[in-house]
Design a protein around this ligand. Sequence first.
Ligand SMILES: C[S@@+](CC[C@H](N)C(=O)[O-])C[C@H]1O[C@@H](n2cnc3c(N)ncnc32)[C@H](O)[C@@H]1O
Length: 211
Amino acid sequence: MSAEKFSSWSYTEALPLEDEVLVRARERAHELGVTAVSPGTAALITSIAASSGARNAVEVGTGAGISTLALLRGLPQDAILTTIDVDIEHLGAARETLADAGFRANRTRIITGKAQDVLNRLTDNAYDLVLIDADKANVLTYVEHACRLLRTGGTLLLNDALDADRVPQPAIRQASTTATRQAVRFVRDRDDFVTSTVPTGTGVLIGAKRG
Ligand SMILES: C[S@@+](CC[C@H](N)C(=O)[O-])C[C@H]1O[C@@H](n2cnc3c(N)ncnc32)[C@H](O)[C@@H]1O
């Protein structure tokens, strides 16, 4: 990457104004060792959630709630967000984040469990937006579920779509990188999706499901 390109990326990451609620949420994430979405990615998620008008959304990988908050800040007030994480401590931190931001508990359906088990129980064609940010080795499975869960017109967001800049390097074949490459190509190659991958944060795949 040229110095100018890196400078442009850094500029876009520094541009969003994060409030005290987000600062405290990032401190919780740091204490728990959870990698949260970057400021640029949080802003992108909020913008896409706001333009989507989604009423039903799913998040895989709640963490300490930074991306959850980003979603809720963009979604309409009557939207319900189902968010899934396997770690009780992370979900406790996320609950604190959402309460701190003033979101009522009935805006979110927080589910403790392995994503694969929980996603299996969710209904086809019933969701307008799915964000995936967990368990990279199994990301292809989560993306396959997302394609099934989304309604026509719905949006798929896959965070860390460049797997910390490893995806573009063909020599790197570790499990998370290989799985992420497969997941991105899987959606790209589907006739019922149009996709774009943007380099914000550690990369975000945006997929729109069409009829
Ligand atoms: C990268 S963090 C999510 C960060 C969060 N999206 C944010 O921006 O604040 C990944 C999360 O996935 C959770 N996780 C890992 N494996 C999982 C699985 N099999 N099912 C559900 N959640 C899982 C971890 O507990 C962790 O909280």
